[in-house]
Design a protein around this ligand. Structure first.
Ligand code: 5MM
Length: 339
């Protein structure tokens, strides 16, 4: 097995998932302002260091996605952040896209940028300790969107990114996110996600990507946030798995979902339900941002000097999601442990 194939498997090994702590400074500022904490490099580091030094990292977190600022920061004891992550048995990764911009030709939609100078940036991140990377494309659902242009241009960018990453001997996480915004039903989400995945894998093949050395980070198949469709978790799981079986090639070792605005419990419960019926060879796991950090952040803001309770909350969330990768999570366990 090649080095990248091995890394990809470790990132989503049974019982483990990925912590997406790659919020750009703009997003992190929004998150911190929502809990009335000033967004300074020191405060951003303090919160992240609190999570990365938690016990839960050892058993439940196979990889951490960092942002450019964080991968270059040092802990209070002088360790680099990648060292801190490695010491807890997890793999450091890095977000390498430079964010979304208006898509020229269809300005209501978005294209992800960051290909210019990427080869050089990747070499630098590798030296800093990163062994995997992430690039996120976003698609909106409405009557006319996503357009063919958005589906094709984002898939092309994802494939060019993945080729450069594998050239540098790192694992690319491919993140095509169909947003939950809107009042569409679950069937519409299925239909759009299917088109998006199909095009992504067509482009990845064209660019000679070794799929065994990649991880897919997709959305689950869900009704829109403002939809009247209240599909049950069993329906969500069935449709999500069906879509993955149909459009994701078997060589892909792991699928780590994004949470996309689901509550912490919804994200855990849906993942658990998907794993209950998982009859594929895919390791199906999580790569959550908000669904792993929300409660921890809320608590941390009350006393940023006291790590204990924040870490306890983060450990619990990580454990619950870890359990759901083997379909071992229950609502009782959720309550018992948090009590
Ligand atoms: C952590 O947030 C990432 C995006 O940050 P920017 O928008 O600031 O670039 C995002 O890509 C994240 O990794 C995924 O969307 C998963 O996070 P959620 O919160 O959806 O699980």
């Amino acid at each position: 097995m090649s080095e990248i194939e091995n890394i990809a498997k470790q990132m989503v090994a049974k019982g483990k998932g990925i912590l997406a702590a790659d919020e750009s400074t703009g997003t992190m500022t929004k998150r911190l302002s929502s809990v009335h904490v000033e967004s300074t490099p020191e405060n951003r580091l303090k919160f992240r260091e609190t999570l990365f030094s938690s016990e839960g990292m050892k058993n439940y977190i196979g990889g951490v996605i960092l942002y450019d600022e964080t991968i270059k920061q040092k802990t209070s004891s002088g360790k680099t952040i990648p060292e801190l992550i490695k010491n807890s048995g997890s793999i450091p990764g890095i977000k390498v896209d430079s964010g979304v911009k208006k898509l020229a030709g269809s300005p209501d939609e978005k294209i992800t940028e960051g290909l210019d100078g990427l080869r050089e940036r990747l070499a630098e991140y590798y030296k800093l300790g990163a062994r995997f990377t992430k690039w996120r494309a976003v698609y909106n659902i409405s009557d006319k969107y996503p357009s063919e242009l958005s589906i094709k241009s984002n898939a092309h960018a994802l494939a060019r990114y993945a080729a450069l990453v594998q050239e540098t001997k790192m694992v690319p996480i491919i993140e095509p996110e169909v947003l939950m915004d809107g009042n569409h039903n679950i069937n519409k989400c299925y239909e759009v996600t299917a088109k998006v995945l199909k095009e992504c894998y067509r482009e990845l093949k064209l660019h000679n990507i070794n799929l065994k050395g990649t991880i897919l980070k997709p959305n689950m198949i869900l009704p829109g946030k403002d939809s009247k469709d209240k599909s049950k978790t069993s329906e969500i799981a069935k449709m999500t798995l069906k879509c993955l079986k149909e459009y994701v090639p078997n060589e892909v070792p792991g699928i780590a979902f994004l949470s996309g605005g689901q509550t912490e419990i919804e994200a855990t419960q849906n993942l658990n339900e998907i794993n209950k019926i998982n009859d594929t060879s895919f390791l199906i796991s999580f790569s959550y941002g908000r669904a792993l950090q929300q409660s921890a952040l809320k608590n941390w803001s009350k006393n940023i000097k006291d790590k204990t309770i924040t870490q306890k909350i983060f450990n619990h969330r990580s454990k619950m999601n870890g359990l759901s990768t083997s379909a071992k999570w229950t609502m009782d366990l959720e309550k018992q442990i948090s009590a």
